[in-house]
Design a protein. Structure first.
Length: 274
């Protein structure tokens, strides 16, 4: 009887090990991929012109990374991201441009589209910039990224703005020393609520803001004929800055009262609070 029990136990043990081995053999493992090879229709220096905004600027093509698993080539869709960054940033710049491309192995920008990408990165117009482009490939669930070679192009963008740039810009609101506009240009202590224009499209102002109160931007202080505010509901903006638009909603100040530098950029349609 004891021998029978031993024999039965041994048989069950062998069967268990065999099943475990079979299960292990059925697992699918990633075995590798080929880095995409990226090419561009031209790598010559480009000077972008607003008159050509609807013309093709550059077209990129790349090869399939051919993801491989133990079962053979992957049947999952491959997604691509065309990354653009300034040279020597190694694509670590938080402001780098990323364009998602599903499945295709080619993508092109018009002059206007490429210009908009560069301006959104905060690049200065009418100045040559050393740019780098590459493709990031992932499977459909954004896993197992592989990267292409890097293409370098010198690009000079032109000034294009989201909204027309006013001659002047002021701040008004309960968050400011003067509260909502009173028709005057200073708060009586010499602290101006008028922004300084620091470039063709950008304004800056350092001012005291009171916590959790509201403000707006005005091209003419003392007039409600025009205003700039948040693109969403009143006081729903990020207190560190957000998108603005003409006739937008009230903008909420930071949670701590203090002196802040406000930057308003009509090239990007964004403002920041530091």
């Amino acid at each position: 009887m004891k021998n029978f029990i031993k024999l039965l136990f041994g048989t069950v043990l062998i069967a268990t090990v065999f099943v475990a081995c079979k299960k292990d053999e059925n697992k699918v493992y990633y075995t590798g991929a080929t880095n995409p090879v990226l090419t561009a229709s031209s790598t010559a220096p480009m000077v972008l012109l607003i008159a050509n905004k609807n013309n093709p600027a550059v077209t990129f093509n790349w090869t399939n990374p051919n993801y491989q698993f133990t079962t053979g080539p992957s049947s999952q869709d491959v997604n691509y991201i065309l990354q653009i960054d300034t040279t020597n940033s190694n694509f670590t710049n938080p402001g780098k441009s990323e364009t998602a491309i599903a499945k295709d192995l080619t993508f092109g920008f018009t002059v206007g589209e490429l210009n908009a990408k560069l301006l959104a990165m905060g690049l200065i117009e009418n100045v040559p910039h050393n740019m780098e482009m590459r493709i990031k490939a992932t499977l459909a669930n954004s896993s197992i990224p592989v990267y292409s070679n890097v293409i370098k192009i010198i690009v000079t963008p032109y000034l294009d703005v989201v909204f027309p740039v006013p001659a002047n810009l002021y701040i008004t609101g309960s968050a400011t020393p003067l509260s909502w506009q009173c028709g005057c240009a200073t708060d009586g202590t010499g602290a101006s609520q008028k922004f300084t224009k620091i470039s063709s499209s950008k304004f800056e102002l350092t001012i005291a803001l009171s916590a959790n109160n509201s403000y707006l931007f005005l091209p003419a202080y003392g007039s409600w004929a025009a205003k700039y505010g948040f693109t969403g509901s009143n006081n729903a903006n990020s207190v560190n800055g957000d998108d603005f638009k003409p006739d937008g909603g009230d903008m909420k100040a930071p949670a701590t009262s203090g002196i802040y530098k406000i930057t308003v950029d009509f090239k990007t349609g964004k403002w920041t609070v530091q």
